[in-house]
Design a protein around this ligand. Structure first.
Ligand SMILES: Cc1cc2nc3c(=O)[nH]c(=O)nc-3n(C[C@H](O)[C@H](O)[C@H](O)COP(=O)(O)OP(=O)(O)OC[C@H]3O[C@@H](n4cnc5c(N)ncnc54)[C@H](O)[C@@H]3O)c2cc1C
Length: 402
């Protein structure tokens, strides 16, 4: 049996002392999985140290494909009221208007999304607010002892604790750092309101590799206009300190082409900065326990694929593996490995890792291969811009192109 440091917890409801599935961690992955399994009639315990998920800068947008998975697994009605939908995204590249993307995206603040999903949990899945003090896993029973002495036994343990290491370490699952401090994510509110903007949403790519910025995305969350900027600086750099101190000036210098439509980048909130590393996992192929979401791998927010991995894990487990596993006795490592080897999961996770690495290389690498790739991409984009200018010359209603 392994121990985890923790403090006080309220009591576990008596009927949750023995469950089919115990899920530790009620972030987006754990809460979504608990909701789907609960609705399907499984006995589920969901445990998290906090009743209310704190407000933090994490994913703030998903695309249509992730929304379709939420709909497919029956969580559409819970998630739809929590998001701000948008379409018609104006994209700027090379300092000029490039194209309008008529694709659906859905924005949210992460804490509100997780809390809303928790409130939509079915009545048979209460959130147990508590910390795990001891955990033991094996081919038949998984046992959790909470810090108040309550015990939960389950046939399957799902670890959905995000970046947190305590439970993983106690079980013997290790994090492997594939790319330390891979990227920097920056979030802030703009002073301008959605109804004052000329466009519903804007994505603006940086112009020079030396800027070490991939892109800025400006979009509405409710009645706020939010900015998410992704790049390849580190938290400790002077650049980051200067950005925190004077975001407006630095944004105007970096992206003057969209400054006017963003209210000259007047910023109305503190600047939130998060450094993200790419990580994988080792020691996870074991009986009785499965890791999901960021507790399994972390990828980079820049290509926007973290939630893709979360919803895919939830879908594969809830639709296929957990019902199969619970049909027969035991929870040996072969059962668990079928999930880790699932071709859709492997492809989704690997695509997320590949695009995290590629996004950085194509933005900042200075070797000949990457300069040539950028030259090829940018030449094709310049031709598209020129072609559009030519076709639309003199037409009213188009954004002014520099
Ligand atoms: C700055 C930033 C921006 C991002 N932007 C995007 C984006 O634009 N698009 C995208 O797709 N992805 C993005 N991501 C990634 C995305 O946010 C994550 O992939 C996703 O939120 C992971 O969800 P999760 O449920 O696995 O983890 P989390 O949401 O972190 O949930 C973990 C839960 O476990 C609980 N917990 C921790 N320790 C314990 C313990 N010992 N016992 C019990 N419970 C515990 C925590 O309280 C928490 O509730 C971003 C990430 C960051 C950091």
């Amino acid at each position: 049996m392994s121990s985890v440091k923790g403090h006080e917890t309220p009591a576990v409801p008596a009927d949750l002392a023995e469950v089919d599935v115990a899920i530790v961690g009620a972030g987006l992955a754990g809460t979504s999985l608990a909701a789907v399994l609960g609705k399907a009639g499984y006995k589920v315990a969901l445990i998290d140290p906090h009743l209310v998920h704190h407000e933090e800068f994490r994913a703030e947008k998903i695309g249509m494909s992730q929304m379709q998975v939420f709909e497919k697994i029956g969580l559409g009605p819970a998630i739809r009221p929590l998001v701000t939908p948008m379409t018609d995204i104006h994209v700027y590249r090379l300092g000029q208007f490039f194209q309008r993307e008529q694709k659906w995206e859905f924005a949210f603040s992460y804490g509100a999304l997780v809390n809303g999903m928790r409130q939509a949990l079915p009545a048979n899945v209460p959130l147990t607010v508590g910390k795990v003090a001891e955990v033991s896993t094996g081919p038949d029973k998984q046992r959790l002892v909470l810090t108040d002495g309550n015990v939960i036994e389950a046939r399957l343990l799902v670890v959905a604790t995000g970046y947190s290491e305590a439970i993983r370490r106690a079980i013997g699952i290790e994090r492997v750092e594939e790319s330390k401090a891979h990227s920097l994510s920056i979030g802030f509110d703009l002073a301008i309101k959605p109804h004052e903007c000329a466009f519903s949403a804007v994505t603006c790519y940086a112009k020079r590799p030396s800027d070490r910025i991939a892109y800025l995305s400006v979009f509405p969350i409710g009645d706020r206009m939010r900015g998410n900027m992704f790049g390849y600086h580190t938290v400790a750099e002077d650049w980051t300190r200067r950005f925190r101190e004077n975001p407006q000036q630095m944004l105007c210098d970096l992206m003057p082409e969209i400054a006017v439509m963003c209210g000259n980048f007047a910023v109305a909130s503190p600047v939130e900065v998060r450094q993200v590393s790419l990580t994988t996992t080792k020691g996870h192929r074991r009986a009785g326990v499965v890791t999901i979401g960021d507790a399994f791998w972390t990828t980079c927010p820049t290509p926007g694929i973290g939630i893709n991995r979360v919803v895919n894990d939830v879908d594969r487990l809830a639709s296929t593996y957990i019902p199969q596993w619970l049909e027969t006795p035991g929870m040996d490592a072969d059962k668990i490995c079928a999930f880790y080897d699932d071709p859709v999961k492997v492809a989704t996770d690997e695509a997320g890792m590949r695009s995290s690495i590629y996004a950085k290389q194509i933005t900042i690498e200075t070797g000949v291969e990457w300069r040539l790739r950028r030259l090829r991409n940018n030449t094709a984009r310049q031709l598209m811009i020129l072609g559009r200018k030519f076709r639309h010359a003199g037409q009213p209603g188009m954004p002014r192109m520099a």
